[in-house]
Design a protein around this ligand. Structure first.
Ligand code: BGC
Length: 764
């Protein structure tokens, strides 16, 4: 926030009555902040959301704010944007959303959603970017930059640990602090510290027992004090239960209004809420209103947003599988191919999710029409199944489709999840396609080997038995209003699908990391898998996924070679320059996504085997090579220390790998990092082993024991005994312990000597 905004806001705040100030900490209606005419404070409008502008026209009433909205471009959902691995594209999409918002007088867009896809069962995963915090953070940041560069504020949501829809308005996400920092807060941290979002949205759920909107640890200690956030914390819609507790906890703006401003007034008058706390919230809301007012005049639409929606849909499509049928990979299909289209979703596409992100699209490219534009108006079509699942009808449609598939045409079969299978507001309970679709595809491949399956779903589906015989599988997610033309572009090869999985596709629900604890029980969701979310879990458990994180094919092939990693600095200042040569080894121009993973080979805490720490998307002509350079900062090596309660880079060896997915590492280099020597404070409860391992405590303990030290060392049971227990077990004088603790004091010294590391490519 600029200094001017807050100075102006402070002046205005000083002129307001207590009642006016209280009113500013909630809205005037479902979407607007409260205006104060006497003080020249206008109202500003907020609107969803992550897929496009959803500006509501009428009164929300019982529709829970889900009424009809003004027409706007419906871009691909976050699940597709996440799969693009393309910050530049995400930024352009957000900028286009912002331009439509500005033209409609909307100042803040309630997006992006950077919650981690903890379980594929979350009904709202289509609104989130990835299972990985680094990827979510980079793409979330790009979204915020795109919006705010056009003068529209972002609302980064849902802060925090809102990873399920079941009981979302009450459940307590019970997560240890390290897991919060490394997994569930990391993307928010990146966006807040690098993107200066105008607002952050506090989620409905509780975090470790306290509502996010009242959680001073979350909103004050972490968000404001540690990350330096000075924008507005707005509640999710209806997430404030107690206005006073929310203000105290750090929520500035409670939305929508519940007509309870007098509660705040009375609390200040009665001395239960410090007026300074209210003033701070008011200052921030006023600064937000100023910011919105200062943004330049609305831009006219300078680009073709529908074309951008198509470009994004192509970039987010993931070609999971493309096997040869009769010699060559089935895709792309030549424009002279004989094609038959199967699947109700080709005629009635599903291209966005349900709930608050729903957009009223300006137009829709229907896949069947777009496919006929390429392969001819006479392309036959068979619905194959119904979307509402009526078994009799499904059987008849299936028989018809199988007949149509006989006779050698290539079958383009659109499958996916019907709308009722996934939505904001509830979770899924399995990962399967509807049974009628599974039966259909099995019968199709039995009569025709040339079947291309095109999937449309927000959360993943498990490609179990049904996909084994399917040679080509294209995942398009919920691809936005240009869905149809994007599919035609990709299948024909006029465009290459350049998406990569932003989440792992497992074989079975039982294999998923949160299987035992999702969505939780009796008001609590225990994040028992800790930091082992997504590929971090499959890796360490040696569970082969159906398709790994980062996977995705194109229409050409690439090699990655000659990796070099140059480490400079140390500890919190460590950096690594990674460079690798990418070569297009195939016969077409294509795009590769280089992924950099870092592994800590030796750590006192259980760390994932590898974590994504960098990526780059490169497009090359056949035979061309490019040297791709990526910079890693200290966070690429750090973990969040649960005792010291901060990020640390410890000294030691790390492996830096590049590859085409988390399971396809092409090159690796081992480097030595001069980290910070970690000393955790020694206490009377520290064990003999911990004392002995400490460079200061070890010698102190040895001299305190004197001659008995040898006896202690010789006893294998002694190592795990805390010093204070030795008082009873071995008659060690209590005063000696206190003296030792004092002498050992000053834990956490650092050794920051820089040492560069000349690393060599040792292959993978
Ligand atoms: C959703 C938010 C949304 C808000 C306003 C809530 O139910 O969780 O994501 O921005 O409604 O529509």
């Amino acid at each position: 926030m600029s200094g001017d905004d807050s100075a102006g806001a402070a002046d205005s705040a000083a002129r307001l009555t207590l009642e006016q100030k209280a009113s500013l900490t909630s809205g005037s209606d479902f979407w607007h902040t409260q205006p104060v005419e006497e003080a020249d404070v206008p109202a500003i409008m907020m609107a969803d959301g992550p897929t496009g502008l959803r500006k509501q026209a009428g009164e929300p009433g019982l529709s829970l704010g889900m009424g009809k909205s003004v027409p706007a471009t419906c871009f691909p959902t976050a699940t597709s944007l996440g799969s693009s691995w393309d910050p530049d594209l995400v930024e352009r999409v957000a900028a286009a959303i912002a331009r439509e918002a500005r033209a409609e007088g909307v100042s803040v867009i309630l997006a992006p959603g950077v919650n981690i896809k903890r379980s594929p069962l979350c009904g709202r995963n289509f609104e989130y970017l990835s299972e990985d915090p680094y990827l979510s953070g980079e793409l979330g940041l790009a979204f915020v930059r795109g919006l705010q560069a056009e003068g529209v504020g972002a609302s980064v949501k849902h802060f925090a640990a809102n990873n399920a829809e079941t009981d979302r308005m009450r459940v307590s996400a019970d997560v240890d602090e390290r897991t919060l920092h490394e997994i569930y807060l990391a993307a928010f941290e990146r966006v807040v510290t690098a993107g200066d979002p105008w607002t952050v949205m506090a989620s409905y759920n509780k975090v470790n027992g306290t509502y996010a909107t009242e959680n001073a640890w979350l909103l004050r200690e972490v968000l404001r004090d540690t990350w330096g956030f000075d924008g507005v914390v707005v509640s999710d819609w209806g997430a404030v239960h107690d206005r006073v507790a929310a203000l105290r906890g750090g929520t500035d703006l409670a939305m929508p209004p519940f007509g309870d401003d007098e509660v705040v007034v009375e609390a200040v008058r009665g001395g239960t809420l410090e007026e300074g706390v209210l003033d701070e919230a008011v200052r921030r809301v006023l600064a937000l209103v100023d910011r919105a007012g200062e943004a330049a005049e609305a831009n006219t639409h300078t680009l073709d947003p529908h074309a951008l929606a198509r470009e994004a849909a192509v970039a987010g499509s993931v070609l999971l599988k493309n096997e040869p049928v009769g010699g060559a990979p089935l895709l792309p299909l030549s424009e002279s191919a004989e094609v038959v289209v199967v699947g109700e979703l080709a005629r009635t596409p599903r291209f966005q999710g349900s709930g608050s992100s729903r957009v009223n699209p300006t137009r829709v490219d229907v896949p069947l029409d777009a496919l006929r534009e390429t392969w001819g108006d006479d392309v036959p079509f068979a619905a194959g199944y119904t979307l509402d699942g009526s078994p009799e009808e499904d059987r008849a449609l299936r028989a018809e489709a199988v007949e149509a598939a006989r006779g050698g045409r290539t079958v383009v079969c659109l499958l996916g999840l019907p709308e009722s299978y996934e939505s904001e507001g509830y979770d899924r309970n399995h990962l399967d396609l509807p049974p009628a679709q599974v039966e259909l595809v099995q019968e199709l491949v039995a009569v025709n080997p040339r079947v291309v399956v095109v999937l449309a779903n927000g959360g993943i589906v498990t490609p179990v038995a049904w996909s084994r015989e399917v040679p080509a599988l294209l995942e398009t997610w919920l691809a936005g209003q240009a869905v149809g033309s994007a599919i035609a572009e990709v299948l024909s090869g006029r465009a290459e699908p350049t998406g990569r999985l932003a989440e792992t596709i497992p074989f079975r629900l039982e294999d998923t990391p949160a299987f035992l604890d999702f969505p939780g029980h009796l008001g609590h969701s225990r994040y028992g898998e800790g930091v082992f979310v997504g590929y971090r879990y499959y890796d360490v458990k040696r569970i082969p996924p159906a398709y790994p994180f980062g996977h995705g094919l194109g229409y050409t092939t690439f090699s990655q070679g000659d990796l070099s990693v140059e480490v400079t600095g140390s500890g919190d200042e460590v950096r690594a320059s990674v460079s690798v040569t990418v070569t297009n080894t195939g016969g077409r121009t294509g795009t590769d996504v280089v992924q950099v993973y870092v592994s800590d080979l030796d750590s006192p805490v259980a760390r994932p085997e590898r974590e994504l720490k960098g990526f780059a998307k490169v497009t090359l002509e056949p035979g061309a090579s490019e040297r791709v350079e990526l910079e890693l900062g200290p966070r690429a090596f750090a973990y969040w220390h649960p005792v010291l309660r901060r990020w640390v880079v410890e000294p030691g060896t790390f492996t830096v790998s590049v590859g085409a997915s988390a399971a396809d590492l092409r090159r690796s280099v081992t480097v030595t990092v001069e980290g910070t020597e970690i000393r955790t404070p020694l206490t009377p409860q520290s064990t003999v082993a911990e004392w002995e391992a400490d460079p200061v405590g070890g010698p102190l303990l040895a001299s305190a024991f004197g001659a008995r030290g040898a006896e202690l060392k010789a006893n294998p049971m002694a190592a795990e005994v805390p010093l204070d227990v030795l008082v009873g077990l071995a008659g060690f004088p209590r005063e000696n312990i206190d003296a030792l603790v004092e002498a050992a004091g000053g834990a956490d010294t650092s050794d920051d000597d820089a040492q560069d590391d000349g690393a060599q490519d040792d292959g993978a």
